[in-house]
Design a protein around this ligand. Structure first.
Ligand SMILES: [Zn+2]
Length: 274
């Protein structure tokens, strides 16, 4: 996992930042790390030679902890070339888009017909120089944005489908700042869901008060939206945090208010506070 709570620091810390701490601090603090979800102790693993970024590992997690699946299996996809040792994979994050429904063991039928893993390697042969990359789901990125405020302001590169590569400070945009982003630019918009309503065949996830752009989703997707958020009712989404990749759109004669446009449900993560 990318983050752990560090007691002496009094806050959650990002693994790649932890790796950069002065040795003395790092050595002292490493004995005071815990999982931000379940509170069990966590250990720090430094960057490996084969390109896996620095990370934390639960030791172990409490059963059912949401971060258990982010254990020690976080890999960079880099090769083993010398080049990788000079490159910190934590500095280049590729967004791993997938339909992030709740636990597959709950019987996700094949009828959903959605690809589960559209992420994977973004750089095939023929790229010339191989690079070490970190692949992260939107859910993991949202958790990091919420727990480690300096992550959103950092210069780490965030890459989306080879279409957009921007520093985190430009890629991630809080809802309140959305209007500063030109329309039609792909960004990772995030923040609190102010309200969630069903209106005329459309689910509206609103990002603020009147005049703030809302995110429309086809009502036929309601079940999937609820599964992504791991809740049973639309009203439970109010106050939840979301991160989605989309574009800001201006109001038109048809759409009376500004809104966000998102291609499909592989582009959204929702975390409901428990
Ligand atoms: Zn845990």
């Amino acid at each position: 996992m990318d983050i752990a709570y560090c007691e002496p620091a009094g806050r959650a810390i990002y693994a790649v930042d932890f790796a950069d701490l002065p040795a003395v601090e790092r050595e002292t603090w490493r004995h005071h790390l815990s999982c931000t979800e379940c509170g069990n102790p966590a250990v720090f693993r430094k960057q490996s030679r084969d390109g896996r970024a620095a990370c934390f590992v639960g030791k172990p997690h409490v059963d059912g902890c949401g971060l258990a699946s982010e254990g020690g299996t976080t890999h960079g996809d880099g090769g083993t070339e010398e080049h990788d040792e000079l490159f910190n994979p934590g500095d280049h994050i590729v967004i791993d888009l997938r339909l992030d429904l709740d636990d597959a063991s709950k019987g996700l039928g094949p009828q959903s017909g959605q690809p589960h893993h559209r992420g994977g390697k973004s750089f095939g042969a023929g790229d010339g120089m191989r690079r070490a990359l970190m692949h992260r789901t939107l859910r993991t990125l949202l958790r990091t944005l919420l727990r480690v405020p300096e992550f959103a302001a950092s210069a780490r590169l965030i890459e989306l489908e080879r279409k957009v590569t921007l520093p985190a400070s430009q890629f991630f945009v809080e809802f309140g700042n959305a209007r500063a982003v030109p329309t039609d630019q792909l960004r990772g918009f995030w923040g609190k869901i102010a309200s969630a309503r069903m209106k005329a065949g459309t689910i509206w996830l609103n990002t603020g008060g009147r005049g703030s752009p809302g995110l429309p989703i086809d009502a036929a997707e309601l079940d999937n939206v609820l599964r992504i958020a791991r809740v049973d009712e639309l009203s439970s989404l109010e106050g939840a945090h979301m991160l989605f990749v989309g574009r800001r759109k201006e109001a038109t004669s048809l759409a009376k208010t500004p809104y966000f446009q998102m291609d499909d449900l592989t582009r959204i993560a929702i975390l409901v506070a428990k």
